[in-house]
Design a binder for this molecule. Structure first.
Ligand code: ADP
Length: 544
């Protein structure tokens, strides 16, 4: 027998319409790409999204068509996040930090008919345009006064495009499984692969993300996603903000610690989200200020994901700002929220050091994400916090296939997706990432976690960034090499670093050497680019 409750589809449209009704005066504040602080309300955003949908229809965009963006976090990007999926089309956000060949691949593969770009990315698109065949129109996301000179054909101005359109749109009642968003993984191996989100997966991800044990976003919050809208939907935050009616603060193109600090201070941000390098930039900036008490700032939560948050970073942020750091894990294929580290009442009595040992874990899966760890034969491993294996996930916001790759089976027999991460799961359900499976160091038949070594090394006061890679070894197969970028004005030695590690890690994990470099290579999404490090040290051999 079926239940007798209403079968309302889970649509992004309902999030937008709810916001227009209940959060219409709530602000979206952007540090505009053109300069200056721009303010608008959700009510106006909803009207402009309707105008945008009319304009896109006029340009020939219909249901199932793809619209791509290459843009910073801004109110115009938010309008695209709403208008495109709500009209039944697909929003494909492209990461401008990818290699040109990857950007071309994505724009060809998604068959985007219209590409929206910020003025900052116009030169980049000018270089590639002749190789992108599907794109018919390029819309520059600015007003007439700021339109740049360009060699591009078929260019339109965003504000002109929507200026004469009506502010109401007859949004279609879509099937909730209709595709809504398309994000590509950075494709560190092979071509980028597209995760195709649906309205249903996006709405469920929103519910799963906003609860108190998750990111805990509410109407009382001021949300500051520094994580870019061109990578995994800025962790879903544009939709979280619109759904809950939290004020939304967007950093624009200015990725400096100074901008992050000013936006937090001036706009009263309570939750800020970003990868570890963002917080290093913020901490470095505030060190330069005369005032040193930042605990009065309204910031309550720093949400860190994308790479492991080391204990030293968590401690430093919490102490400096009197805020709580929340460590989270996820990936493009999981929309991205996979786990969040929130405390449990039963651990309230623990010492600070014991609490930190839990805080550095990547967290527990929210309801909606199922997790298991398996060995190389797919056999499930115990949840004892010690055994580690391939992390497998399933749930309504986890990918079941890649876009236009119907023959590639990415699930195991039980429907779990292989994340490519190696993890432990403890009896309380906290997951710890040991490594990316391709980064673990295999030494004498045992594994060494590069992430754990890096986290300990980051605690050395002179270390700004640390990375560990495996170097071939005649006896042990591989041994760890620790690569350090030291903080400016410091010059730690190999011995300083090794002395610091002594006693904090198992003896046999001790790196066989420590080397110093000027700058750490990063991926398009802010992670340490280990492939480049392996290239850089391919001829390296350990000292005798
Ligand atoms: P890309 O691979 O395109 O950079 P993703 O965001 O999909 O982008 O990357 C996901 C991967 O990032 C995860 O599989 C994991 O290896 C890593 N990651 C994400 N969050 C964390 C975290 N908190 N700790 C350690 N690694 C993380």
């Amino acid at each position: 027998m079926l239940g007798l409750m209403q079968d309302r589809p889970l649509l992004i449209t309902t999030i937008m319409e709810y916001a227009a009704l209940y959060h219409s005066d709530c602000e979206v504040v952007t540090n505009a790409v053109e300069g200056g602080i721009h303010r608008i309300t959700y009510g106006e955003v909803a009207k402009r999204s309707a105008a945008l949908a009319h304009a896109l229809t006029r340009l020939g965009i219909s249901q199932g068509d793809c619209v791509s963006t290459m843009a910073w976090n801004s109110h115009r990007h938010l309008e695209l996040y709403l208008a495109v999926p709500c009209m039944g089309s697909i929003l494909n956000t492209v990461n401008p930090r990818l290699f040109p060949e990857q950007i071309i691949y994505i724009l060809e593969h998604s068959e985007a008919k219209v590409l929206f770009v910020d003025i900052t990315f116009v030169p980049q698109i000018e270089e590639l345009a002749y190789k992108i065949s599907a794109v018919e129109k390029i819309v520059i996301m600015t007003d007439r006064d700021h339109m740049p000179e360009t060699s591009l054909d078929n260019v339109l101005c965003y504000e002109d495009l929507i200026a004469t359109e009506g502010d109401q749109f007859d949004w279609p009642e879509l099937d909730e499984n209709t595709a809504a968003g398309l994000c590509y993984t950075s494709g560190t191996t092979g071509d980028p692969k597209g995760a195709l989100y649906s309205h249903r997966s996006t709405v469920l991800h929103c519910y799963g993300s906003c609860s108190k044990d998750s990111l805990g976003v509410s109407k009382a919050d001021v949300l500051f996603p520094i994580v870019p809208m061109f990578h995994v939907n800025a962790w879903g935050t544009p939709y979280h903000a619109v759904m809950t009616g939290s004020k939304l603060v967007l950093p624009g193109a200015d990725m400096t610690g100074e901008n992050f600090y000013n936006m937090i201070k001036d706009e009263g941000c309570t939750i800020a989200l970003g990868v570890p390098t963002i917080w290093l930039a913020l901490l470095q900036y505030v060190e330069t200020l005369d005032t040193q008490d930042f605990t009065k700032l309204p910031i309550e939560n720093f949400i860190i994901g994308g790479s492991a948050a080391a204990a030293s970073l968590i401690e430093n942020l919490e102490k400096t700002f009197g805020a709580t750091v929340v460590h989270a894990w996820g990936m493009t294929e999981t929309s991205p929220l996979g786990s969040v580290n929130r405390p449990m009442a039963k651990n309230a009595h623990l010492s600070d050091a014991e609490k930190m040992a839990i805080k550095v874990k990547q967290g527990r899966p929210p309801f909606g994400v199922e997790m298991k760890i398996v060995d190389d034969d797919g056999g499930e491993l115990p949840r004892n916090g010690i055994a580690f294996g391939r992390l497998m996930v399933k749930g309504p916001w986890v990918a079941k296939a890649y876009f236009k790759q119907p023959d590639l089976n990415i699930l195991d027999d039980e429907g779990y997706f292989d994340t490519g991460d190696v993890s432990t799961l403890d009896p309380d359900g906290y997951m710890t990432i040991v490594d990316r499976s391709k980064d673990v160091i295999k030494s004498g038949g045992e594994w060494i976690s590069s992430i754990e070594l890096e986290n300990v090394a980051l605690g050395q006061p002179d270390v700004a960034e640390a990375a560990v890679i495996g170097i071939a070894h005649p006896k042990w197969q591989e041994r760890p090499l620790l690569i350090i970028v030291s903080k400016s004005g410091t010059a730690p030695t190999r011995k300083d670093i090794l002395d610091f590690l002594d006693g904090k890690i198992a003896k046999w994990w001790t790196p066989d050497d420590v080397v110093f470099i000027e700058e750490m290579p990063h991926t398009a999404t802010g992670k340490t680019q280990k492939r480049d490090l392996r290239d850089m040290f391919k001829d390296y051999s350990f000292p005798e």
